[in-house]
Write a protein that binds this ligand. Sequence first.
Ligand SMILES: Nc1ncnc2c1ncn2[C@@H]1O[C@H](COP(=O)(O)OP(=O)(O)OP(=O)(O)O)[C@@H](O)[C@H]1O
Length: 285
Amino acid sequence: MQAPVPLVQVQALAVTAGPRTLLQVPALQINAGERVAIVGPNGAGKSTLLRVLAGLAGPVHVAGQVRVLAREIGPAATAPLTRAQWRTLRSEVGLVMQGLHLVPRLSARENVLIGALARLQGRAALLSWARVFPKALQAEADTALAVLGLQDLAHVRAERLSGGERQKVSLARLRLQRPRLVLADEPTSALDPSATQQACAALCAAAAGPGQALVTVVHDLQLLPALATRVLGLAQGRLQWDLPAAAVSEAALQALYTTPAGAAAGPATHSPVHPTPHTLAHAQP
Ligand SMILES: Nc1ncnc2c1ncn2[C@@H]1O[C@H](COP(=O)(O)OP(=O)(O)OP(=O)(O)O)[C@@H](O)[C@H]1O
């Protein structure tokens, strides 16, 4: 068996805002080939964890080690990453965040195409500054948009798209970006049921290659079977459990969503059962 390839390694992570501790993660490793869902009640720290992994923690204090794609991006780094190193890292980490990270004045198609910028070299890289992209890439962008039902909106500026349409554009962009690590924060929150299925398929496809991994904050627990091979239960800023998706029980989910304030993190103690979409739906808060 091949040794696991860690894409995310966290040690002694503590995120604070003034006197308040928002997140404490003693240790966490996510390996290539994993699809990890982060679940938990509102305010649990799910987005905070994802933002830390994306290097976008914001106005909070971060302590501990945060290694993403073998680069230390946390305060434990001996030297801050250079702009070029950040650029490389950004090209290898696909983000589908609530802020969406689209360029408002560019069209849906151009926003998808810029996913491929890091792959362009020589003349193609130069021409991309004038928003001229190789024909093969344009065809790939059109396919990515069509897969998510956006073909008729390809030339509409991102700023004129609805929230759900923008969410789909960031999902389509993953296909051209081919990132090693995808970090998605509630990527289907603005989508209708049929688009949600397409979005889950697009997310899984974007992280299905060897050496890739997907980390998704999930609110709709019915999506767990489609999106995750492993589930992290977070409440009160602490990891309450870390289980294979097939071992997540209804009891574990119910306990998570009723974790009292100030509850300490503990090891998984729930008996493994195979949840179905039906049982997961019942466990929704
Ligand atoms: N910059 C900040 N300053 C102070 N508190 C913050 C800051 N950012 C987040 N928080 C707090 O940290 C806690 C965790 O927030 P986070 O957004 O990570 O939760 P979440 O689990 O993603 O919640 P939700 O499911 O509601 O999106 C919340 O109580 C939030 O108010």
